[in-house]
Design a protein around this ligand. Structure first.
Ligand code: BGP
Length: 469
């Protein structure tokens, strides 16, 4: 079907997205406590190192903590309308369970937000993005403990109060579905004897759902104009063949992701999940009022990341043809090319995901992560990153078509507008930015910033509101 109106709406939020732990550095500055990222030197898919003996790139990041003014000026030069960033929980509540916030931590974000507003850039906050306080892991066992809801509530309330009138867009948990793929990062969960325990995971998910709904409630009470969204890592799955069983396998695979946005957007646990839990003998402990809270405080918009698509097959011979991926591996798709990290590039899939999510929820969508992780070569003070431009261009074209399909999209913040430490593999070799940072995976380099070719390209995209790609 040919899309009709493919114009981006006025006020479309073009920009970039980052996470505190992947770029700020200054991991012990101004009273900051240790987070899960501070003990994850190899990235979120690998076991933590509590001894902190291994070199950890996150500790220094790209020193955004001290260089944010310079970096924001570059974002402004590209014409950013929005900047998505997260608050390091440990800057505000170093151990997670304090009752009073750390003023110096709040001051840092205050200043940064003012800097964004000075440049007319809309701040978009992810309340929690992959760096919960280590204190909450060690002393409470992470999100499987119901007490975490109260700590998170205190954290979220502090932010809403402090940033009232200056910040309108929030997301409660980054890629909330990561809990099932990287339990330590997503929920501070360590399993006894290392054995995966689904009961703990579902219990932790319930606590996060309740915490998220509470944040929506409080955020709206503090300022009715606040827009509070969920955020999922979208994982569109195709059936390998037209075999009916493959189709159902793909649908089941998709539900593992969509169950999160189902609860946060529709406000109740879907029957397919309840049946599944019963089959597995899992009972979620709930308190009176939990289900009403979920029902009454659904999200305002659906935030999601999109990097690649997946394939599901029931044929045993396909199970060995796995491809790498963001948080999850899948069967190889013969129609797609892959990035240098094996993530299958699928721009059309973005149009499909937009339609799928909009059909399901009828709520505005916010594409808050998309991009190509690649090895860049700095030559003559720049990087000729046509491969990145091609990737982004193809995805933006498909997003445009989705708008023509009738999907309401609020904005697009590409991942890592400035090079930062990768989440899955904790390296700086994998770069996403329009701005090159002279720092390598061993932590060597001047930390100087350089504009890549894609810098001017993205500037043009924004100034033409997506018309000149
Ligand atoms: C998402 C995370 C981000 C980000 C991105 C790219 O899953 O929300 O934090 O890092 O993936 O992944 P990576 O950094 O592993 O390339």
């Amino acid at each position: 079907m040919n899309p009709k109106n493919t114009k981006f709406p006025d006020g479309f939020l073009w920009g970039g997205a980052v996470a505190a732990n992947q770029l700020e550095g200054a991991y012990q500055a101004d009273g900051k406590g240790l987070s899960t990222a501070d003990v994850s030197p190899n990235g979120i898919m690998f076991p933590p190192d509590f001894s902190m003996k291994d070199f950890n790139l996150y500790h220094e990041g790209i020193d955004f903590y001290h260089k944010y003014k310079e970096d924001i000026a570059l974002f402004a030069e590209m014409g950013f309308k929005a900047f998505r960033f997260s608050i390091a929980w440990t800057r505000i509540f170093p151990n997670g369970d304090e009752t009073e916030p750390n003023e110096k931590g709040l001051q840092f974000y205050d200043d940064m937000i003012d800097e964004l507003l000075k440049h007319n850039i809309e701040p978009v906050i992810t309340i929690s993005h992959y760096e919960m306080p280590l204190g909450l892991v060690k002393n409470y066992g992470g999100w499987k403990n119901r007490k975490l809801i109260g700590f998170y509530e205190n954290f979220a309330r502090t932010l809403f109060n402090r940033f009232k009138g200056r910040v309108r867009y929030y997301m409660t948990f980054n890629e909330i579905n990561v809990l099932f793929h990287a339990p330590f990062t997503g929920g501070g969960i360590l399993f006894e004897n290392g054995e995966r325990n689904e009961q703990d995971l579902y219990q932790a998910a319930h606590h996060q759902f309740v915490a998220s709904a509470l944040a929506v409630k409080i955020g709206h009470e503090i300022d009715a104009t606040n827009q509070i969204g969920c955020m999922i890592a979208s994982m569109l799955t195709y059936p390998y063949s037209s075999k009916p069983e493959d189709m159902f396998a793909a649908l089941s695979q998709d539900r593992k992701t969509l169950v999160f946005s189902d609860v946060q957007s529709r406000g109740y646990y879907p029957t397919y999940l309840m049946n599944d839990l019963e089959e597995k003998g899992i009972t979620i402990q709930m308190e009176q009022g939990d289900l009403e809270l979920l029902q009454d405080n659904t999200v305002d918009y659906i935030g999601f990341s999109y990097y690649m698509s997946f394939v599901a097959s029931t044929a045993p011979e396909h199970q060995d043809e796995k491809t790498a991926g963001n948080l999850m591996a899948g069967v190889k798709n013969p129609y797609l090319q892959s990035s240098e990290w094996g993530w299958q590039i699928d721009p059309v899939g973005l149009r499909t995901v937009c339609n799928q999510l909009y059909d399901r929820y009828q709520k505005p969508l916010f594409i808050v992560e998309n991009g190509l992780g690649a090895v860049d070569k700095l030559e003559d003070g720049t990087v000729q990153d046509d491969y990145r431009i091609n990737y982004l261009k193809a995805h933006i074209q498909e997003m445009k078509k989705a708008i023509g399909d009738g999907v309401e999209i609020m904005g697009y913040t590409s991942w890592g507008p400035i090079d930062l430490v990768s989440a899955s593999t904790a390296e700086l070799k994998k770069r996403y930015g329009f701005i090159y940072v002279d720092r390598d995976s061993e932590g060597k380099g001047s930390n100087k910033r350089y504009k890549k070719k894609s810098f001017d390209w993205y500037k043009k995209v924004i100034s033409s509101n997506g018309e000149d790609l």
